[in-house]
Write a protein that binds this ligand. Structure first.
Ligand code: ATP
Ligand code: MG
Length: 440
């Protein structure tokens, strides 16, 4: 993308209405604009990042055997009356009436809808187990929407739902998601510690929240530093390996990690002092096992092997896709701006000409831009006739992992600069070496 043709509105001043750094940076670097309280337009830069995050979530869900689908944002109230949550949900639910005076709502989550779909189409034990998911906008009329996309009213969530024949099967599905979540967040360049959670309004007794550590997080967290050294990817662990998944779960639940809601002083005291870590964190995912709560309430039953009727056990598994954009920035930035982990960066490389009127620089930049595009490397080329310093500041603010800085002085000796946004290290390299490095 050429910056001269892009829509990347950058703010010079730090926005005064934003309280936390990720919100400030998302406004300044032009990722989002607020359209109403807690409701945002995703500008091109933000949209690119959001799609990268969504795609990692999707790939890891698919790899774990979950099946993608798409449910609507608007739901009929009857579904929620069946589960008994229509009244229980309270003012966070956005209730709507259509022209025929039918009661509708903008979905805050989809347990009811998927249970109903499953009930109508699945009749036999042979069709279980299944885990289905979608990535769809949700609406919760939060009392205090704040911190930008971190606590929005409209937000993008991945929500998966598992259906199993019994509790053992449901636990396997739960452990599968646990591993998928560890892998998902690791790929995004962040560590989200699974912490024992209170099960809350969904009900049930098995629940973990995935928490990214950041000083601006809304909850206070306590965890054993063993999580910092843990192997999050478990490359050798297959999703079908029930014993391996059980061992993973035992390791996770046997290592102390809790939010202020579930914190247990007695168990905390047993963690050796040098391993106690305390701080604040942001919830980016939440997984639940809730047994037959919805299947019972909504009459989901399938025939079993011997003709008996079975009530499936369910779990649900959420990832805050849009919240992650803010959470990653909270975990990865400096005074100059955002520092994107490569896997979620809007572009991998930014090209800057220090002198927009120098023909040799323009020629070198154009050539490199064409080569990077041909090699499939996502590149933002600042081809505007602006001061070099201002362009560099813009690149730092937007946080692309690599900058190629091209100026007449370097070109005279056949080199350009390759700068790593994360380390700040600048290397003088030939254009060929830059190409080799960026396509390695
Ligand atoms: P919170 O405790 O932060 O209000 P929650 O427990 O109500 O969240 P869940 O129902 O567990 O949220 O939803 C799954 C995920 O969706 C959360 O882990 C979070 O990442 C994300 N999420 C929930 N509410 C919001 C919101 N208002 N804005 C952005 N993301 C949200
Ligand atoms: Mg939650």
């Amino acid at each position: 993308m050429r910056l001269s043709q892009a829509f990347l509105p950058v703010l010079k001043e730090s926005p005064s209405d934003a309280q936390i750094v990720s919100h400030k940076l998302m406004l300044r670097a032009g990722l989002i604009r607020q359209m109403a309280a807690g409701i945002y337009a995703w500008l091109p830069l933000g949209w690119r990042v959001l799609r990268k995050i969504e795609q990692i979530v999707r790939e890891e869900q698919d790899r774990a055997g979950s099946i993608e689908m798409l449910m609507p944002t608007i739901q009929p109230a009857e579904l929620w009356r069946e589960s008994g949550r229509y009244d229980a949900y309270g003012p966070e639910m956005l209730r709507i009436r259509d022209r025929h005076d039918r009661e509708m709502l903008y979905g805050p989550t989809n347990e009811e809808m998927l249970t109903a779909l499953f009930r109508d189409d699945v009749k036999s034990y042979r069709d279980l187990p299944r885990t289905l998911y979608h990535i769809q906008w949700k609406f919760r009329d939060e009392v205090r929407p704040r911190f930008g996309v971190m606590r929005g009213r409209e937000f993008l969530m991945k929500d998966a739902y598992s259906f199993d024949l019994d509790e053992a099967g449901a636990r396997h599905s739960y452990y599968t998601q646990l591993l998928a979540y560890l892998r998902t967040f690791k790929r995004m360049g962040i560590k989200a510690v699974p912490m024992k959670a209170a099960s809350g309004p969904i009900g049930g007794d098995l629940s973990h929240e995935f928490i990214v550590l950041a000083p601006t997080g809304e909850s206070e967290v306590f965890y054993d530093s063993h999580f910092e050294d843990m192997d999050w990817e478990r490359e050798g662990l297959a999703y079908g390996d029930a014993t391996g998944l059980q061992a993973l779960f035992d390791e996770v639940s046997g290592t102390y990690a809790a939010t202020d809601e579930t914190h247990d002083e007695a168990r905390w005291a047993e963690v050796s002092a040098d391993r106690r870590r305390q701080g604040r964190g942001i919830e980016v995912g939440h997984i639940f096992y809730f047994g037959t709560k919805y299947s019972d309430a909504m009459g989901l039953r399938v025939s079993g092997r011997g003709g008996d009727m079975i009530t499936p056990h369910m779990g649900s598994y959420g990832v805050g896709v849009s919240r992650l954009v803010g959470a990653i920035i909270e975990a990865s930035h400096d005074e100059a701006g955002i520092i994107w982990p490569e896997a979620v960066a809007p572009w991998k490389v930014g090209i800057v000409t220090m002198r927009g009127d120098d023909q040799a620089s323009i020629q070198a930049a154009e050539g490199l831009y064409a080569q990077l595009n041909a090699a499939g490397v996502e590149t933002l080329y600042d081809d505007r006739d602006e001061r070099g310093g201002a362009k560099l500041a813009g690149m730092d603010l937007m946080g692309l992992p690599w900058q190629v800085i091209i100026g007449p002085r370097g070109l005279a000796t056949g080199v350009v600069e390759l700068k790593s946004r994360r380390t700040g290290v600048r290397e003088q390299l030939s254009l060929e070496s830059v190409m080799a490095r960026l396509t390695a």
